[in-house]
Design a protein around this ligand. Structure first.
Ligand code: SF4
Length: 119
């Protein structure tokens, strides 16, 4: 069982296995290779745990936890999920494809991690 926050439920689907720091990349590959069911969590998740910006909250930039929280809430609202929900990874895919255009408008336009993703 993997634990992921809202926006990572989406972003991990489009992750490219290059363009990021090796240790982080490796951790994402490990998660992806064993993912079958996910529990939706709030705040720091399994991906954040291996990220250098994890300070107990997202410390990527000033107010980043707040901004990331907005992405998480938007993702969960559009996917029809809540914190604590368990869902199979395979059941998530069609939900993501239904909302991906809205997601691109809301989240991808200004995302600094675009180089690591194939959306
Ligand atoms: S940048 Fe922030 S939200 Fe993204 S993985 Fe790192 S700690 Fe988590």
């Amino acid at each position: 069982m993997h634990k992921l926050r809202g926006h990572h439920l989406i972003c991990l689907h489009f992750f490219k296995a290059h363009g990021l720091d090796n240790e982080f990349q490796e951790a994402l590959r490990r998660i992806l290779s064993s993912i079958s069911e996910v529990e939706v969590v709030e705040g720091i998740d399994e991906i954040c745990e291996v990220c250098d910006y994890n300070t107990g909250v997202c410390g990527y930039s000033e107010n980043s936890e707040e901004k990331i929280g907005e992405l998480d809430r938007f993702a969960l609202q559009k996917l029809g999920l809540k914190t604590g929900t368990m869902i199979k990874w395979i059941e998530l895919k069609p939900k993501i494809y239904e909302m991906i255009e809205e997601w691109k408008d809301f989240a991808c336009k200004n995302c600094e991690w675009r180089g690591a993703c194939d959306v």
